[in-house]
Unconditional design. Sequence first.
Length: 411
Amino acid sequence: MTIRDQVRFWLLACAAFFLLVWLFSSILLPFVAGMAIAYFLDPLADKLEARGLSRSVATAIITALFFLVFIFVLLLIVPLIGSQLAGFLERLPGYIVDLRNQAGPYIQHITDKIAPETLNSVGESIKGQTANAIKWAGNIFGNLLTGGLALLNFLSLAFITPVVSFYLLRDWDKIVAKVDSWLPRRSAADIRQCAREIDVTLAGFVRGQSTVCLLLGLFYGLGLTLVGLEFGFLIGLMTGILSFVPYFGMMVGFAVGLGVAIAQFGIGLDVVFVIGVFVLGQLMEGNFLTPKLVGDKVGLHAVWVMFALLAGGAVFGLLGVMLAVPVAAAIGVLVRYALAQYLDSRLYSHAPHPIAAGANAGGDVNVVAVPGNAKQASGGNAVVNPQQPAGLDTDTGTSPKKSDGRNDPQL
């Protein structure tokens, strides 16, 4: 199989994969969720298996504990979040009025220094962009709800996902070994290397970033509650969860928290305390949590992650959001691999291909080679003259005479 055939095969395989995801996107959510849970818990199952437990027993213990803890957290946090969310939505109009009253004098002071026509054009532009942004966000949010859960209600998701995760986690090593046996033998080493890099990237980002988001959510929630911010736990927890999208979560949480703080306290020392909580959270994330739990070799740029999450959510809904990071990690590794191959090829360097090379007691061999003729000279390395016209003698520039081969140099 030629390189062109291989490229065609893999492009068709990728196209078929995305086509199948698009066709079955309405029913794939519990299976993708179960696969993500199995991937997340596989290292723990390997450790228990190494301690002497059978794979089935280790899988049963891990799966049961995971879902028990998950259900306990839901029962503990969901009522609190629900009550705070209801109260926040009820108070939101009042917050907007208070914030407008607090910021009104400053805004008026700024607008007095701006020409009326400029102010009108800026206002119209902001209104138009805001309407487009709201429409775009509404479309994504609608896809997240309808596209991901069109044919699946909460009960089906709750019952199917544990079963899928159990069987995938139990047979994870067998599935990996079976897929490995299908790899083309000639390219198996390169494919395994790419797969290892994808696994490292996913493990570093998904497992590490999930832990970072959880710790940040708890820190922001408790910190904002302690400084007296209304609905501080809700704002902090949402900030931590949205931090899965780099920079987006912190900016949204900071904007909402600062707005509520100004509306609640006015401009004063309490607002400084709220700002301090976010600053401390960012310092903790940048200097401790992310370097320790995620690392600096993940290889997923923040802009690439944001694009993947938003594009996946817009196209496939909640299923697309779950698939975004693994697909982005795979594409990133494959692009880096292809770039490394390109940089190591003659297509990048335009280096001539040496016809002959060797060494003798007096030094290296310098060979000037052209089609139909070659001459040997002492000193230097093997060189090909890329500018010499094909079929011309290197000294006279004329066509070489026919030779019987007895006087030709041995290459």
